[in-house]
Design a protein around this ligand. Structure first.
Ligand code: C5P
Length: 240
């Protein structure tokens, strides 16, 4: 197994409302992060999972993961925990920094996407192994998207454009990369504030090709309280 996964889990989850860091909140009685780690460990090719914890919470996260062992599937992945940074991009960079030499393929997966199906993870790995150096799972949009001129003062925002919906995709994780390319993209990455909101965006800034493979509706990001309700419902259906 020469594939590693970096799981940024250092976010505070402010949009989810008050409580523990988002990745540590329970879903079906199990912390969201544990679901995410298990989803990655299910892929045969994954031999190492690097969990990037809240900066002050690495010890707690280590204990949490030890208390929720991976199911034995005949194949095991090592799980290491490192402290994260102030932004998602920093957290991913800190995770990449601890990968051993032999890793050729890296996935980056949001802890906040705990229910991604195994088939999506496998499809991303397969596309990288087949020669695409940067692969993102994505789904078509259901909403029409408007570009606006944000006012930030509560007054109505003027619309400046409507991109053609059929050409848009909502991107998910795990995003998969040739390890050397992702390292280069993060090394060249913009300073804080010029934020790339995903890893493929950093690769695009290098002018290198990124391709999309089909994502899955159950790979949605648990961001707001309504997403928690949906995630609980998906879990209940899976357990039925
Ligand atoms: O904020 P957003 O929803 O884009 O966060 C996506 C993922 O990045 C989450 O899993 C979150 O825990 C992680 N993150 C992080 N370090 C930060 C901010 C977010 O690892 N400083």
């Amino acid at each position: 197994a020469r594939t590693a996964v970096v799981i940024p889990a250092a976010g505070r989850g402010v949009r989810l409302g008050p409580g523990a860091p988002k990745a540590l909140r329970a879903l079906g009685g199990t912390p969201m992060l544990v679901h995410a780690v298990r989803a990655m460990a299910r892929a045969r090719d994954v031999g190492l999972i690097v969990v990037v914890a809240p900066p002050e919470g690495a010890t707690d996260v280590r204990h949490l993961l030890d208390a929720h062992p991976l199911p034995s599937t005949g194949h095991t992945a090592d799980v290491v925990v490192v402290p994260g940074g102030a932004t998602r991009q920093d957290s991913v960079r800190l995770g990449l920094a601890v990968l051993p030499e032999e890793i050729e393929v890296v996935l980056v997966h949001d802890a906040a996407r705990p229910l991604v199906p195994a088939e999506t993870v496998d499809a991303v790995i397969a596309a990288v192994r087949a020669g695409a150096p940067a692969v993102v799972p994505a789904v078509p949009l259901t909403d029409t998207v408007k570009q606006v001129d944000p006012r930030g003062d509560g007054t109505p925002e003027p619309v400046t454009g409507t991109p053609e919906r059929a050409l848009l995709r909502a991107v998910q994780t795990p995003q998969g990369f040739d390890r050397a390319l992702l390292a280069e993209a993060h090394a060249a990455g913009p300073a804080e504030g010029e934020g790339a909101t995903d890893d493929a965006g950093l690769v695009e800034r290098l002018g290198r090709p990124v391709v999309v493979v089909p994502g899955h509706e159950e790979a949605f990001k648990v961001t707001r309280p309504l997403d928690l309700l949906l995630a609980e419902a998906v879990l209940t259906r899976r357990r039925a």
